[in-house]
Each structure stands twice: as structure tokens, then as C-alpha cells.
Design a protein around this ligand. Structure first.
Ligand code: ZN
Ligand code: ZN
Length: 363
């Protein structure tokens, strides 16, 4: 994948990290987390480390990426022969580093131990989620990429449903969806596609099975594409043939709940308030106790990012944040319904990015 947003955007992102480093009293910062390496350097390979120092930034990778790394990144590239952290240690000594901030939420205990052994005279300063905090507000180019991912995802569902036949299994439909994503230009799925039918829709994270999708039942599809590294995420629940009155009422409740939560999305609104809007509608239907997860989550280089749109998340929405709104109701023995869109927080309110309709579709 080639980046389209120019090198200056990456430099800008690194500059936005400076206050965090000052606060941590560290004169350098290290990340080895793939999405953060991508975000700060443009490099998309599977093995990378970014070391940010005053006036200098070094991207460490291994010989497999010797060609790719300098093409994708504006950073000085160091190709390490051995483990990246050993090379980072060598450079730290050479550059006489005194202190280094590392991501405590991203590093394994083994990596930490390694880091401590290669950086004996360097004070290690744990920081938590500082790149993730920057990543919550998307730039114009990131929003453009997420929009492309969301559009592709919706087209893939439409095309896959055109191929739908009554004797299909959940696995067949999941495979059809993922095949369509690939043909449309996705670099893959953002997460494992969920296709569940009948009573299995009551499992919020059902794994597709070889069950044939049966008549007069619910069909739940939760899918996301990855386009140029950026995720999309959508859930639709369809009916195969006739649904009973209780299930139709459940659908109506979830749709009203989802629309109410979307209506609450605007700059300055807290995530708690958005979550509450979804729950209030379900309470009126007597279904609140069946809504067992949070209303949504941020997405971008990862499928789940901040902010979490949940009961206890105090974060206030800001323009440029991209979140999902996905209330659901799950009743064992009856089934589950979830409706999920990807929503951009705009300057004045919100923009629903997902173009797929939400009225109950009967297949
Ligand atoms: Zn989803
Ligand atoms: Zn989601």
C-alpha cells in the first residue's frame, strides 16, 4: 500500500506527541505497536519500531522490509540484522539517551525485560495510550480512507446478498462476503466476519458454522473491510421469510434505539450521553436488560479504538472522531438483533457514513 497523504502529515503527528514526552520527562519515545508505527511513520510492515528523539526520528525494521520502509516512510530507516530492540539499544547508547518513554499498554513483559537489559543506563518511563489519544481525532485524509472502507464494505454486502440462496450455510455467506471485499479492493477484513442465523443470532460474537440458513428466521451479519489499513464496521439483521410479532417488535426497538443514539452524536456530547440515548429507548420497550454490551467504539487503524461509547466513558465527542453506533438485543432461544453504522462526528453534529438501508429486509 502506498500512502496518499504525503509525508508532512506523519511529521505533524509526531510533533503532536511532544507535549506527552515533556510531561513524561523523557527525551525520547519508542513504539513497536504496529498501528502506532503505521500512524507515526507511514510504514505498514509487520515488524517495526519507531524511535522519536528531538530533531530526529528513526524507523527500525528487518531486511524483509529494506525496500518497502524507505518508500513508505519519511523517517531515517535502520535495517536491523537481529532483534529490533537490540538495535534500538545500540542506537540509544550511540545517541547517549538518558531517558526513554515506552508504551506500557503495548509492550509484552518479555519485550520490557529485553528493553531493560539493552538500555541499562537509560531511565525507562512508562506512558499509556498517548498515540491512541492522538489517533481518536482523524485527519481529512484518514476520514477519506475510512469513507472508502465503509463504502466498499456496503457494496460487498449488497453483492454477497445477490448471491444468497436458501441452502447456503453461514460459512458460505461469510466466505462470499470476504471474497467480494477482496475483489472490490480491500486489503482484507478488519475482523472475522460474523454470520449467524436463527437462535445463534443471540450470540453477539457468533462464529459462522456449517448450519444451513433456515427460512422464517433472523440472519445477522457483522462485517468490516480493511482499506489502506483503515477499518469499517457494519451490522445488519435481516429476516428470511416471516418473523413473529415479538421479533418484529424487537427489530423496531433496536432501530429506534440506534437512531436515537445517532441523533445524540455531536461535538461536546459525552459518550455516556450517547450510550444512554440508546438504552433509554430499549428501556421503554422493556428490552434494556438484553442489551449486554456498549453502544459503540471508535475505529480507524484498529477495529476497536477510543473512544468507547459506553455507560462509563466520560470522553466528550470531538469533530473528526469516527465511532460505531451498534445497540443490540439478545434473547436466548429467540434470537438477537443488532444494527450498526459507522458515524463521523462533524463540526456541527454527525454524518452517518454507512449507506446501507436499515428498514427490515426480507430475503
Ligand atoms: Zn461490527
Ligand atoms: Zn463494532
Amino acid at each position: 500500500m502506498q500512502h496518499t497523504n504525503g509525508h508532512s502529515e506523519f511529521a505533524e503527528r509526531r510533533a503532536r506527541l511532544e507535549p506527552t514526552l515533556a510531561e513524561a520527562r523523557a527525551n525520547a519515545f519508542l513504539t513497536t505497536a504496529r498501528p502506532n508505527v503505521h500512524y507515526l511513520s507511514g510504514f505498514t510492515g509487520s515488524n517495526g519500531a519507531v524511535l522519536i528523539l528531538p530533531g530526529r526520528v528513526i524507523l527500525f525494521t528487518d531486511p524483509r522490509y529494506a525496500t518497502q520502509a524507505p518508500q513508505q516512510s519519511d523517517c531515517e530507516v535502520v535495517v536491523a540484522k537481529g532483534p529490533l530492540l537490540a538495535e534500538v539499544g545500540k542506537w540509544a547508547r550511540r545517541l547517549k539517551l538518558r531517558s526513554l518513554a515506552f508504551e506500557q499498554n503495548r509492550i509484552s513483559f518479555e519485550e520490557f525485560t529485553q528493553l531493560r537489559s539493552v538500555l541499562k543506563n537509560v531511565r525507562l518511563k512508562p506512558v499509556n495510550g498517548c498515540v491512541e489519544a492522538l489517533r481518536m481525532r482523524k485527519s481529512a485524509s484518514e476520514i477519506g480512507t475510512i469513507k472508502a472502507s465503509v463504502r466498499l464494505n456496503s457494496i460487498a454486502l449488497e453483492q454477497a446478498l445477490e448471491q444468497f440462496q436458501p441452502d447456503m450455510t453461514e460459512v458460505d455467506l461469510a466466505a462470499e462476503i470476504e471474497y467480494r471485499m477482496r475483489l472490490l479492493g480491500a486489503d482484507g477484513t478488519a475482523f472475522e466476519t460474523i454470520v449467524a442465523s436463527g437462535e445463534r443470532t443471540a450470540l453477539p460474537h457468533a462464529h459462522p458454522t456449517n448450519h444451513p440458513i433456515q427460512r422464517n428466521q433472523l440472519l445477522l451479519v457483522d462485517m468490516g473491510a480493511s482499506v489502506a489499513g483503515y477499518a469499517s464496521d457494519m451490522t445488519r439483521t435481516h429476516a428470511l421469510g416471516k418473523l413473529n410479532a415479538k421479533t418484529r417488535r424487537m427489530y423496531k426497538a433496536v432501530l429506534e434505539s440506534q437512531l436515537a443514539a445517532i441523533e445524540a452524536v455531536k461535538p461536546g456530547a459525552s459518550c455516556t450521553a450517547v450510550d444512554r440515548a440508546a438504552r433509554t429507548v430499549l428501556r421503554e420497550y422493556g428490552l434494556e436488560k438484553y442489551f449486554i454490551h456498549s453502544t459503540g467504539h471508535g475505529l480507524g487503524l484498529e477495529i476497536h479504538e477510543g473512544p468507547r461509547v459506553g455507560r462509563k466513558e466520560k470522553t466528550k465527542l470531538e469533530p473528526g472522531m469516527v465511532i460505531t453506533i451498534e445497540p443490540g438485543v439478545y434473547q436466548e432461544g429467540l434470537g438477537g438483533i443488532r444494527i450498526e453504522d459507522t458515524v463521523l462526528v462533524s463540526e456541527r453534529g454527525h454524518e452517518v457514513l454507512t449507506p446501507t438501508g436499515k428498514e427490515l429486509v426480507v430475503l
